[in-house]
Design a protein. Structure first.
Length: 71
């Protein structure tokens, strides 16, 4: 299973959690089956890119997204 956590940097599981999903500069993705962690920069429309984080996460196979604030 892959899960995504909005984070404030490239520290992976040691990075500070970004409490607001849409303003996270990075997303840490943990794959529990492969015991692997990767960090993705937010390249969405919210910062001048294209697409939205949920679309990106879906393409990467993320099944669960955790956050504190959204909206």
């Amino acid at each position: 299973m892959k899960l995504c956590i909005p984070t404030k940097g490239s520290g992976g599981m040691k990075a500070e959690v970004n409490l607001h999903f849409w303003r996270a500069p990075t997303f840490t993705i943990a794959d529990t089956e492969k015991n692997d962690v990767k960090v993705m920069d937010d390249t969405s429309r919210h910062i001048g890119g294209k697409g939205y984080p949920p679309e990106t996460m879906q393409r990467d196979g993320v099944e669960i997204m955790l956050w504190s604030g959204l909206g």
